[in-house]
Design a protein. Structure first.
Length: 320
């Protein structure tokens, strides 16, 4: 191992331990920059001193947040993989809306984990606006949660580049955005006000829950939890525990959406697996017994059972 590799190894291990992140070799190009930023913030003289400092600091501290901003993957855009969103609307959102109409609550709570700059929860807000069509009496809560404070600040500011909004239909883009400089678009306050953002460490919450210390996700229990391409970036040993934690964040009848590479059914038991169109969903049983037909009463013993009535067959047409 090179000298650089030796002094980066403890730093890599500490990041993985604190956030559950897998740190494959491709992160090697990012680690020196993360190390330098954190050393500048803390004044640590070397990597060893920095690690000793970070071990005693909460993950929300500025030095940790500089590390998170440098090494986390935040590839996202509005309606990324548009077919996936179409499947989500048909297989999850429409049934959930209908269920809340039936129970009279007209209340939906949705959670986007690993939301990065907010493109995903804002896309969800657009779809729900489209599906509800201004129907009165509804309360819709949408929470976006992420590990990175800088990403959440960008989400709250609501300024996006042309690449982020390219999948939005022109009519919808005109409804929700206004130009904000060269190839930049500002999201309307009307839509921004529909999403709340929270700083959240999923790996930490899952570990706490495993130790019997309940640590609910912001916005839980939810009707819909979206957690796409998050588990795949976690250490393999942490993945089943995180999946189990996600199942506990759903209310009865709720849906969990993950990416296909994360859809190991055994991890999400007892949720029901459903592959529909381009979306992979897991549904939490609603706990209600299946409706049963009342048996027809038997005739008294003294009375013979009525003979079945013969079927009335159509008369044959007369021969020509």
């Amino acid at each position: 191992m090179s000298e650089d590799g030796r002094h980066l190894a403890p730093f890599r291990s500490l990041i993985s331990q604190r956030f559950g992140l897998a740190m494959p070799e491709r992160f090697d190009r990012l680690l020196p920059r993360a190390l330098a930023r954190a050393m500048e913030i803390t004044g640590a003289r070397d990597a060893e001193a920095l690690c000793l400092h970070l071990e005693t600091r909460p993950w929300t501290a500025p030095a940790w947040q500089a590390v998170i901003e440098t090494v986390t993957v935040r590839e996202t855009s509005f309606f990324r993989q548009s077919g996936w969103w179409d499947s989500l609307a048909q297989a999850a959102l429409k049934p959930l809306i209908e269920a809340r109409r039936r129970d009279g609550s007209r209340h939906l709570r949705c959670l986007s984990l690993g939301c990065a700059s907010g493109d995903e929860p804002y896309s969800l807000a657009m779809i729900l606006h489209r599906l509800l069509l201004g129907e009165p009496g509804w309360t819709v809560e949408i929470v976006g949660a992420d590990l990175c404070q800088a990403a959440l600040a960008q989400a709250q500011a609501g300024i996006f580049d042309a690449r982020a909004v390219q999948e939005i239909e022109p009519r919808e883009r005109e409804l929700w955005f206004r130009p904000a400089g060269r190839q930049r678009f500002a999201l309307s306050e009307s839509l921004r006000s529909r999403v709340a953002f929270r700083l959240f460490n999923l790996a930490e919450a899952a570990e706490a829950a495993r130790a019997d210390m309940p640590f609910p996700a912001p916005g839980a229990p939810a009707d819909l939890v979206i957690c796409r391409n998050v588990i795949i970036h976690m250490e393999p040993s942490r993945q089943p525990g995180i999946a189990h934690y996600l199942t506990a964040q759903l209310r009865s009848g709720g849906r969990l959406a993950v990416s296909p590479v994360e859809a190991t059914a055994a991890w999400f038991a007892p949720l029901a697996f459903e592959a529909t169109g381009q979306a992979i969903l897991f549904t939490k049983p609603d706990g209600r017994p299946a409706p049963q037909r009342k048996p027809r009463p038997c005739p008294p013993a003294s009375e013979p059972a009525a003979a079945p009535r013969p079927l009335a067959l159509p008369k044959a047409a007369p021969a020509a």
